[in-house]
Design a binder for this molecule. Sequence first.
Ligand SMILES: [Zn+2]
Length: 620
Amino acid sequence: MKVGLEVHRQLDTAHKLFCDCPTILTTAPPTIRFQRRLRPTQSELGQIDPAVLFEFHRGRTVIYEADNDTSCLVEMDEEPPHPLNPEAVDVSLMISLLFKAVTMDEVHIMRKVVIDGSNTTGFQRTSIIALNGHLDVEGKRIPIQQVSLEEDAGRKVAEAKNSVTFQLDRLGVPLIEITTGPVIQNPEDASKIALAIGRVLRATRKVKRGLGTIRQDLNISIAKGSLIEIKGVQELELVSKVVELEVKRQLTLLEIRDELHKRGVHAQDLEDHIIDLTEILKSSKSKIIQSALQKGGKVLGVRLTGFNNLLGRELIPNVRFGTEMSKRAGFWGKVGGIFHSDELPAYGIEKPEKEQVALRLECSQNDAFVIVCDDEKSGRDALQAVSDRAREALVGVPEETRTANPDGTTSYMRPRPGAARMYPETDVPPVKVTPHRLEKIRSNLPKMQEELTKELTARYGIGQKLAEQLVNSEYSSIFEEIVTSSKITAPTYVATILTESLKSLEREKVPVANLSEKQLKAAFDLVEKGKTAKESVPEILKWLAQHPEADPQSAVQDLKLGMLSRTELEEIIRKLVSENWPASMGKLTNLVMGEVRGRADPKLVIELLMHHALAGSQNK
Ligand SMILES: [Zn+2]
């Protein structure tokens, strides 16, 4: 097995890559809406990229949404791009130097054809910043093949059968791309290396954090398999699982190939002879068939020679070989789904009907068939895609771009793009990287993990382990900001909340990544100002993660975690004393503290308790 990683991370620059818009996402409703249709063109060599043709074939209308605070005419492709953002170039050069890569003398912008609609221009601007670096991870040297700077794409906010909607706020946000060599040999290492790359990027303090700001792509191949590109693994924890499942998928596809060879199947046996089965199935109880026929559709079928019992074979959990075919049919024919012989009788199609279909398609015992019901054109396109996929099974694993699902499985996304998709950007001049500029960056390189850990323990008196956790977390810079601006909150307390408490919230599936820096700081500020107790902070953070737009003050109100007024506290004490009298001072203190859960100053509790206990005893 060979795995290469592509780590993408948004840079936290003041402006976007080719205009002066900020690099933040909007929460306001859009004020601008427009739509486009994109079409493919030939490259200079006269080729059309298969991935591009695929998107064109989907024939979708693209709807764009934007507002004036986060987008301008550049994002809408109504104004040429401005010169490359120098801050983003500096950060990219800094990252390149941290990976000890060889930086380019000149940065040239290229256009990479993308017509899924996520870019209004029909291409994504990208540039190589450096080549041939490395990173040492647990004693192993991992080659960093390339450091690139590119523009992030529009943010998909809605998708329907014939349209897709993108918000333009994210389009043009600078994105750094780190590509490792294909040297990773086991799933756990893939996770570790992704983590280590993340640490280097965070050391610059110029990258964004939180869900959606980091995306990992994986290039996975095994011996005799194919190079499969898996896009959009958002969580690091998933990397090793995705790798494991992809290897399993490829191995099973190779088993299927071997089985087909054993059965003596050849490509010419899989010519797509599509047969009209409407007559046989016109009175079927299948609701899907009946509804398609009512709309004037047809039932079409194709024989898959030698595929009996292979379509039902599970490649990875919940993904059968038939599922892969169904995805292809869905993309190329835009049909809702297919029926294959391994899963029949089912879905209202009965055994005699299955037998008649098999007879009509001249299936022998080793053969399988696929049927589809839709309008004739869609049905034919779908079955042709099915036959294509069947022929690919004879070769083994088809090269594909796949997309990662949240459970670690992957689905077919599109064919893999070829080399014909890149050409030079003529609107943006190249940028010279002078030795002077490079030297200036080199002399200001950020500190790396070990050094930072030492600094945190020395400067704030927190333990070694806690400091390491902080450096490994996303939160070490926020930690320093909170601690230096605070007079009363202890560094160890802040560090523990930012590491252990957030980790345990994460384990409870609380969406911790939603927490903004502003919210984190404001939550500690409430403690600082005496508006809530230290003990309440984890609960407040949990609430905030679930209400990303809210401010911490509303968390305090909603959770009733505000500090008790003297009168409220007196009321609680009076009640507890009278209910439990006589009792020792220790027992009463415990009762009161349990009741107020940190919402009162312990000193005040004791003072009031003494007073009331005294009064209580006198009353007796
Ligand atoms: Zn703009």
